[in-house]
Design a protein around this ligand. Structure first.
Ligand SMILES: Cc1cc2nc3c(=O)[nH]c(=O)nc-3n(C[C@H](O)[C@H](O)[C@H](O)COP(=O)(O)OP(=O)(O)OC[C@H]3O[C@@H](n4cnc5c(N)ncnc54)[C@H](O)[C@@H]3O)c2cc1C
Length: 502
């Protein structure tokens, strides 16, 4: 079958049939359709997903391709620069209409700019949609028409703008491709899977794809969603949704997720449960804020939002970075987090904050080093959330935690992993240590250590640094940095409210 005017849907981080406005619009158009995914192996830096993320992408593309086949089409995979691939396709199908959902990432924005130029040059119709965010990021501005840099006013504005329209239903039937001879490269040729098999732990922990996303959501709504407000900071309990990789790859839209939680909230009468649903919706809004910030401030991928921080005297040292990466710092909660990350490709949010604070404050290493490690090891590695998270902890981003807020890994462990269950799971060499000592084994009486078969420095490391001294060093560096700045820029002191109180 051939057609003079097919539709092309360019998929990026929206690998789903449900609530996908670009796909639904192309299907409604009724013309033969090309479902296109372009892999650019020459992408560098953050343009290239990290190793754990590539594993997820492989399985997500496989699952998406199966779903498209069941609906009567197939995924056309091509390798190269997106705009060049599209330009080639337009030679074969010159009057195509191109559909896509906007990406907030700098690479996605660049693809869009190139695409708009191509559309104009080729006199081809393009249709852009907003399926990756709750609202179009360009439409939320302050009264002075600037982007928000503080979460709470952004959140208020977002709530005022949200419409309670239901998500688009899953597309069940897709028109066939315009030509039976349309070429696609095999998924395996993208070489997304690692050649060394280190992904068994990740494999056991996750089910990539749209069905996996729906199952994860159902499981969360069945029980954990009702205690989310109370338990969301407890890494020892499975009470967060683990939706992050599904959201990152667009296997579920934020709109569908939002709607499902709102419905669950409406059906539930208990005030305590409602509070939990609201707490969860607020976290979805943090994701929206991260996407929004990346859209408006793309430089933040490499530089702090508050550019004064570029001059911060981070240390340049690789041994401590490696010790942190390997989960051998001697601080059990930090090591548990880093090992959970390595083993499963995910880490609990509270522990992400603790490990990030340890790297940037106790070790005084640049946040970019931590962000890069997370980028390579997280299955949910997401440019927007990762950048916001690291800058928040390092004190240089939007609504950031002030630099002088330094997480104490011992008290954080005691508070959020009170029985030490999380530590015992990921640091098995401490498994037999009684709870009162589990977060500070170096203070444990020798007899207790011996009974737990622990020999510090041999079976488990001594702390790589004394936290109190590390804290003082970080505060001194910060004070000197502040003093060294002749006049604090207005952006630094005014907008970053918490900083202003220094
Ligand atoms: C240093 C650091 C790095 C981070 N890197 C990433 C990353 O690369 N990818 C990523 O998806 N998240 C990142 N986060 C945010 C957060 O830790 C994860 O989104 C969350 O742990 C994912 O687990 P969940 O789906 O069970 O979360 P839930 O608690 O169930 O939350 C539901 C969803 O809300 C969003 N969300 C929750 N907390 C945050 C937050 N603090 N900021 C932005 N969105 C949030 C996520 O999309 C999440 O899936 C980072 C946080 C920090 C402190």
């Amino acid at each position: 079958m051939t057609s003079s005017s097919p539709s092309i849907v360019l998929f990026q981080t929206d690998l789903r049939l449900a609530d996908n406005p670009a796909l639904s619009a192309a299907v409604r158009r009724g013309q033969p359709l090309i479902c296109l995914y372009v892999w650019d192996p020459k992408a560098t830096g953050y343009g290239m997903p990290g190793a754990a993320s590539r594993w997820w992408l492989h399985h997500s593309l496989q699952s998406f391709s199966d779903h498209l086949q069941a609906a009567g089409n197939d995924l056309t995979i091509r390798i190269g620069k997106t705009v060049e691939v599209l330009s080639h396709l337009l030679r074969d199908f010159p009057k195509s209409h191109i559909f896509w959902n906007q990406s907030c990432e700098p690479d996605g924005q660049e693809i869009e700019r190139d695409l708009l130029t191509l559309l104009e040059a080729e006199k081809v119709e393009g249709h852009r949609f907003y399926g990756n965010t709750l609202v179009a990021p360009s439409t939320i501005l302050t009264q002075t028409h600037n982007p928000y840099r503080v979460f709470t006013p952004f959140w208020k504005r977002l709530q005022a703008m949200l419409r309670s329209s239901p998500p688009l239903p899953a597309v069940r039937k897709i028109p066939p491709q315009p030509s039976a001879s349309l070429k696609s490269v095999p998924l395996d040729s993208l070489q997304l899977l690692p050649t060394i098999h280190w992904t068994q732990g990740i494999h056991k922990s996750w089910t990539p794809g749209e069905k996996g996303a729906q199952t994860a959501l159902r499981k969360f709504l069945r029980a954990p969603a009702k205690v989310y407000a109370m338990d969301r900071d407890r890494p020892d309990l499975p009470h967060t949704s683990r939706m992050s990789p599904h959201l990152h790859f667009g296997e579920m839209s934020p709109g569908k997720l939002w709607n499902a939680v709102q419905q669950a909230k409406q059906k539930n009468r208990k005030a305590q449960d409602k509070k939990s649903y609201d707490a969860y919706l607020r976290q979805i809004a943090w994701r929206e804020f991260a996407q929004y910030l990346l859209f408006h401030f793309p430089y933040t991928v490499h530089e702090p939002l508050y550019t004064d921080y570029q001059a911060f005297p981070w240390r340049n040292e690789t041994d401590s970075l490696r010790t942190w990466q390997q989960g051998l710092t001697g601080f059990p909660i930090v090591d548990a987090g880093m090992r959970e990350l390595w083993h499963t490709g995910w880490m609990h949010n509270r522990v992400r904050m603790i490990t990030a604070s340890f790297l940037t404050k106790d070790l005084l290493l640049p946040w970019q080093k931590g962000a890069t490690w997370f980028w390579d090891t997280l299955v949910d590695a997401d440019l927007a959330n990762n950048t916001l998270g690291w800058q928040w902890v390092a004190g240089c981003g939007a609504d950031a935690s002030p630099f002088f807020r330094i997480f104490n890994p011992i008290t954080q462990g005691i508070k959020f992993d009170p029985d030490g269950r999380y530590v015992r799971k990921w640091v098995p060499e401490l498994a037999d240590l009684p709870s009162p000592w589990i977060h500070h084994p170096w203070e444990t009486p020798p007899l207790v250590l011996a009974e737990a078969n622990i020999s510090l420095g041999e079976t488990y490391p001594q702390p790589m640094i004394a936290h109190a001294a590390a804290r003082n060093r970080a505060l001194l560096a910060y004070r000197q940095f502040k003093k060294g700045k002749s006049s604090p820029s207005s952006s630094f002191s005014k907008e970053q409210g918490t900083m202003a109180c220094l």
